[in-house]
Design a protein around this ligand. Structure first.
Ligand SMILES: *Cc1c(COP(=O)(O)O)cnc(C)c1O
Length: 414
């Protein structure tokens, strides 16, 4: 019933209990409390190496940048930097986190469709590798804030409507991101008039949770229609398995597709960058909850001690998950697993067969590494969950649980 294939690489069952990095989740829950975000450090490191090797072995001048927004924790970014990844940051805040992680600024790229002066001046001051121009106001801002030429990329719409959830499509001409295809030539000309911008290349990102490699090939083909440059940042977007029934391309297939397409259209010496978020981190993380109540009526509602405060993917994108109950029950039961928040939409999954649950059992939701922690919120004054790294049968706290004092700390009561 439990498919370990969607769990982090070191996940194992010892009897009825799950362990990650050699740490039993019941012991982790006991030590750190629930909800708890568990990162498989070994799996994270090996995924980063897999990504870097997949590209470097096919194209020496390639760079893998982790999209910080998918899991903006300095602890995660530190590990990924140690394994050879750069960082894609989309705000001053993400830049601060990446700098705190010890990542080299020269291996960072600044994105954002609405960068303010402070985002741009901090990034220039830190010496990021490239600032990505998303609109003509960026051109004005960079020119005004720079004191020497700033290496830049221009984000263009590749006019590829990726077949993914509508909220995750970003590469069509009507998108709020980048310059629509028919204005790209004018934008390039406008940038070239600015002596303090050094336009090095183009950037595109077609969307997220993309499972059809042809769409990445179409992206490269679309970029090839513009004037050619020496740097191409192809964005992220590779999809991952959320359900045991999902079939997804491997990182090797993805790298093969992109590099082959780049070699078909561009100079062999071109610099290629990719920016995986979801496909780097999603599978390496699970969320552990405890069952608070089981209500058996028309449906069986198993309510856990978290929900949309730690995972908005379900209500925002309708993302399906496959959580499991870990206990010693022999029987199974068809249940809905719901959160603790005051919204009917606060559901982790409907109609899932699990071991017959009781109050106090542990529920583990796998594949929660991407876009869950980053969209955490304090709905119903829930406290942000801690992050624990596991590996070699040892656990270490990376981010501690928020406290009620912290929730109140910004109130200015008069
Ligand atoms: C969100 C984003 C990414 C990462 O996308 P994933 O689907 O998580 O791989 C990369 N680049 C840009 C510009 C993005 O906006």
């Amino acid at each position: 019933m439990i498919d370990l294939g969607i769990y982090p690489g070191t996940a194992e069952l010892s009897g009825d209990m799950l362990s990650i990095g050699g740490c039993r989740i019941d012991e982790l829950a006991e030590e750190y409390g629930t909800p708890l975000i568990v990162v498989d450090e070994e799996a994270l490191r090996s995924r980063a190496r897999e990504y870097v090797n997949a590209f470097k072995s096919r194209h020496e001048r390639s760079e893998v940048l982790f999209a910080a927004k998918s899991f903006p924790s300095a602890s995660v970014i530190k590990v990924l930097s140690q394994e050879g990844c750069g960082v894609d940051v989309a705000s001053r805040g993400e830049l601060e986190i990446a700098l705190a992680a010890g990542s080299a600024p020269s291996r960072m790229v600044l994105h954002g469709n609405a960068k303010r002066d402070s985002d741009i001046s901090e990034a220039i001051g830190a010496g990021v590798g490239y600032v990505v121009i998303d609109n003509l106001d960026d051109v004005e801002r960079i020119s005004r804030l720079a004191s020497k030429p700033v290496p830049a990329l221009l984000r263009v719409s590749p006019s590829v409507a990726a077949s993914t959830h509508s909220a995750m499509i970003t590469g069509q001409d009507s998108s709020k991101f980048g310059i629509p295809s028919y204005q790209v030539a004018d934008a390039i000309a406008a940038i070239r008039r600015e002596p303090l911008i050094d336009l090095k290349g183009l950037h595109a990102h077609i969307g997220s949770q993309v499972l059809d490699l042809d769409q990445f090939e179409a992206e490269v083909e679309a970029l090839a229609q513009y004037e050619h440059f020496e740097v191409y940042d192809l964005g992220g977007g590779l999809g991952v398995r959320y359900l045991s029934s999902d079939v997804v391309p491997s990182v090797d297939d993805y790298a093969e597709c992109l590099v082959k397409a780049m070699h078909r259209y561009f100079d062999q010496n071109v610099q290629i960058m990719v920016e995986p978020g979801r496909s780097m981190i999603a599978k390496q993380v699970v969320t552990v909850y405890q069952v608070v109540t089981v209500k058996r009526s028309e449906r069986v509602h198993v309510a856990v001690d978290g929900g949309m405060s730690d995972n908005l993917e379900v209500s925002l994108y309708g993302q399906p998950f496959e959580p499991a109950v870990f206990n010693h029950a022999d029987q199974t039961e068809l249940v809905d697993i719901v959160g603790q928040h005051c919204e009917s939409g606060d559901t982790l999954v409907r109609d899932i067969l699990v071991r017959k649950p009781s109050v106090g059992d542990l529920v583990v939701n796998p594949v929660t590494g991407a876009y869950c922690y980053t969209m955490r919120n304090n709905y119903n004054a829930a406290l942000a969950a801690p992050i624990v790294f596991c590996g070699g049968s040892q656990s270490r706290l990376a981010v501690r649980r928020q406290t009620y004092e912290e929730l109140l700390a910004r109130e200015v009561l008069s």
